[in-house]
Design a protein around this ligand. Sequence first.
Ligand SMILES: Nc1ncnc2c1ncn2[C@@H]1O[C@H](COP(=O)(O)OP(=O)(O)OP(=O)(O)O)[C@@H](O)[C@H]1O
Ligand SMILES: [Mg+2]
Length: 247
Amino acid sequence: MRLACSVIDLKKEYVLKGETVRALRGVSFDVPEGDYVAIMGPSGSGKSTLLNMLGCLDKPTAGGLFLGDDNVAKMTDDQLANIRSRRIGFVFQSYNLIQQLTVVENIQVPLYYQGKLGTRERQRCIDLASLVGLGDRLSHRPTQLSGGQQQRVAIARSMVNDPYFILADEPTGNLDSRTTAEILTMFDKLNEEGRTIILVTHEDDVAKRAKRIVRLRDGLLQSDVMNSEVERKQAAEAALVEVSTPA
Ligand SMILES: Nc1ncnc2c1ncn2[C@@H]1O[C@H](COP(=O)(O)OP(=O)(O)OP(=O)(O)O)[C@@H](O)[C@H]1O
Ligand SMILES: [Mg+2]
């Protein structure tokens, strides 16, 4: 089984005004390709710090972090930036779309930065827009879309560079229950197609949709538990019932 990533005794310390904050104190776990992991834990437990390391946004203080065969913990800033733009897909709570650009242009952004935007790539971006159900909104700008539609643009954008995994930090944090259900159905579909997904969430209902829940506490891994298929199916059905019941 191939691994999307392997985290080995990962540590991250921040030094702020002479004080050291030990945000991650030695975390280890593997994520096989095709997995779907929810990272949970109290505020300040290190979830975003871990996601930032996985996303090559920041460097660990110690430990190993393998993405595919590359140990990114040993890379220079330039190498990290390169991997980040080529092989990581991010989805943020606040969508982070460029307001002046259309749906399809927003999806193209990662390719534009790599100078890789030919006819074939443009078509691929249109296909991705269709995949997330926005084939009829290609020329809309973010302000002309609902929150859920904006998040779907962000998901399409996250897939454009064939990432090791899709990293999502509270992707449904700004969405109502109907739109949350829609986005989670989309993640289910992408995962069934083989995409690896790692998301941070505070919500049990969201975490239950993943294949596995990793819990952090005080910068350490507290537990790493699989969700059974039955639990996942029940969570998906419960979300649909909630959506179809009038308020
Ligand atoms: N850039 C930074 N400089 C200094 N300390 C930081 C920095 N980023 C995070 N920390 C500290 O590291 C710890 C972990 O922070 P992190 O943002 O990873 O928590 P979190 O689990 O994502 O919390 P939340 O659920 O509130 O988003 C916290 O104590 C935080 O104050
Ligand atoms: Mg956080």
